[in-house]
Design a protein around this ligand. Sequence first.
Ligand SMILES: *Cc1c(COP(=O)(O)O)cnc(C)c1O
Length: 396
Amino acid sequence: MTSSERPLLNRRLAEFGTTIFAEMSALALRTGSINLGQGFPDTDGPEEVREAAVRAIREGRGNQYPPGPGVPELRTAIAAHQQRRYGLSYDPDTEVLVTAGATEAIAATLLALLEPGDEVVALEPYYDSYAASIAMAGGTRVPVTLRPDAEAGVFRLDLDELRAAVTPRTRLLLVNTPHNPTGTVLTRTELTAIAELAVERDLLVVTDEVYEHLVYDTAEHIPLATLPGMRGRTVTIGSAGKTFSFTGWKVGWVTGTAELVTAVRSTKQFLTYVASGPFQYAVAEALRLPDSYFDEFRADMRSKRELLADGLEQAGFTVFRPAGTYFITTDIRPLGESDGFAFCRALPERAGVVAIPNAVFYDHREQGTSFVRFAFCKRTEVLTDAAQRLRKAFAH
Ligand SMILES: *Cc1c(COP(=O)(O)O)cnc(C)c1O
């Protein structure tokens, strides 16, 4: 076969194409719509943290390759954060690894731990990089679908389905709590069942906890690594992007046993090697911010959730008011609509708002057809305007 007949993009990644976010952001720009598609804040994080980054650059800290595992100040701050918030002890020198955002942490972890043909059980709908990273590692994804309970306004994990998804080929469970895009925060009962399953079947667990500080009302974030039998088999992934509103800085991290972290570092060293030098020093300071920062951030996001959720409800959507994250999943069927893709493509013209069809986060696309996701990490006046536009377009 000549090279012109052979597709350039390899078979493992051919199914992925361009992400929906590019299409929807271009649509937002072209139509002058409010972009509630992609989940990035429209205001930057704390002034003192920005200043810390500027200072680091000026003082020549991190302008050259930082150490492979991350700068010691940040590794120490990450370990202190896990200890202070959750009572988890990690050795900053051997059990913490700084990555180029959670995205690289996910890729490096899966590339490290999977052999071709290994199965990965993951909660569906899922963050779009999971499927691609599993594919790059040659793994096979086995989705367990979170089921909507519209009455209760939540998506729930069916523990029997989870159990049934595990086969002799399963290598690891890939968990995300608080969960993007559904806003589900796994309960202690659910996490205990996951932990028991992992121990019983001797599975590794990778847990994406980038929204750990965004939980509302009575919901509580419980790191999987705190459950019995889990510390030794769990890779926990965190990120500064969502917690401190610096998604462009790409500072993430992995915590786990020295053996797990060493394995992840083995692949990470050949991906980016290192990243975000000066920002690492700034994030070290951010992690040491007083509890009041985290409390105020959470309270602010909670009031934004109320603002947008109320607007969506008044417009006629079924709203799954999230217990965590900064996304609201809605069901469009009460509006007489059923196809989330068509709905999202028409929404800019109809209402001047951009959202994302949840179907893109599913392997079983039919399970997600009528769900649409809105991000609420935006300024209050922007959300007020968006809610107004949605009510005007749909409420009668
Ligand atoms: C945003 C996000 C990430 C990526 O985090 P970065 O630090 O920006 O790479 C990973 N997982 C989930 C669930 C996310 O929402």
